[in-house]
Design a protein around this ligand. Structure first.
Ligand code: DC
Length: 229
């Protein structure tokens, strides 16, 4: 595969990957892959079909046959997932969907089933791929790899503020526990654990503003793609 025009952005949840990926894609006019959304849709689909999330063969069958599409919301510009034609909208963004995604993502045969589907997102003029294993497994030859991280406490606090701003009731302790549980599962699973890819530019955003993170990422990525300077 010709992987010349790919930037991978990996890291734990809440580290700011989505924001960074969107900015890079917008600046370059490239496509975006939100691979977490695929695992989230599968997590929701498992529940909708009444499948036991621990039944690896049934979850894998569902992953192989998943009828999923993504559309862009004309009003918000956000990407929304369609499952068998049904728009799941914000349903995949709940903490419950995130936990379900993390569980199905730990099943090796599920990851195999979704691999080709993720690679198919690559289209010219290029792709920014956001996830956990974009630089290690899905696009190992990508010329630019970024690993964005932050302490669990910082990520929980950001999420807390986000929810409060939306007027959603939130509990800091519960958010921190949930983030730590997901980190633990994503980092210790037997396949494609969350680790920085070789040669990845690692940014710890714990003590950085989003604009400071973007400055560092653009500086690094513009060495390969001068349009970003
Ligand atoms: O990025 P996210 O929070 O939407 O991802 C949800 C879960 O999906 C995450 O906890 C682990 C899993 N995931 C994965 O295993 N590999 C990816 N490339 C993306 C997500």
């Amino acid at each position: 595969m010709d992987n010349q025009f790919i930037i991978t952005v990996d890291g734990p949840s809440g580290a700011g990957k989505g924001t960074v990926s969107q900015l890079l894609a917008d600046k370059l006019g490239w496509h975006m892959l939100d691979s977490g959304a695929l695992y989230r849709v599968l997590g929701v689909a498992v529940e909708k079909h009444g499948i036991d999330i621990n039944n690896e063969s049934e979850v894998t069958d569902l992953a192989r046959n998943l009828d999923i599409d993504f559309i862009s919301n004309k009003d918000t510009g956000e990407i929304e997932p369609l499952l068998q034609g049904e728009n799941l909208g914000a349903m995949i963004r709940t903490d419950q969907a995130g936990q379900a995604a993390s569980k199905v993502a730990a099943i090796p045969t599920v990851r195999d089933a979704l691999l080709a589907r993720q690679r198919d997102f690559y289209r010219l003029p290029g792709l920014v791929a956001d996830g956990r294993d974009m630089g290690t497994i899905v696009f190992p030859d990508a010329p630019v790899k970024i690993f964005l991280t932050a302490s669990a406490e910082c990520r929980a606090e950001r999420r807390y503020k986000q929810l409060k701003n939306k007027g959603v009731d939130a509990n800091m302790r519960a958010l921190l526990d949930s983030i730590k549980a997901r980190d633990e599962r994503d980092q210790t699973r037997s396949v494609a654990p969350l680790v920085p890819a070789e040669g990845a530019f690692v940014v710890d955003s714990s003590n950085l503003s989003i604009s400071e993170v973007l400055t560092q990422v653009l500086d690094f990525a513009s060495k390969s793609f001068p349009e970003l300077a």
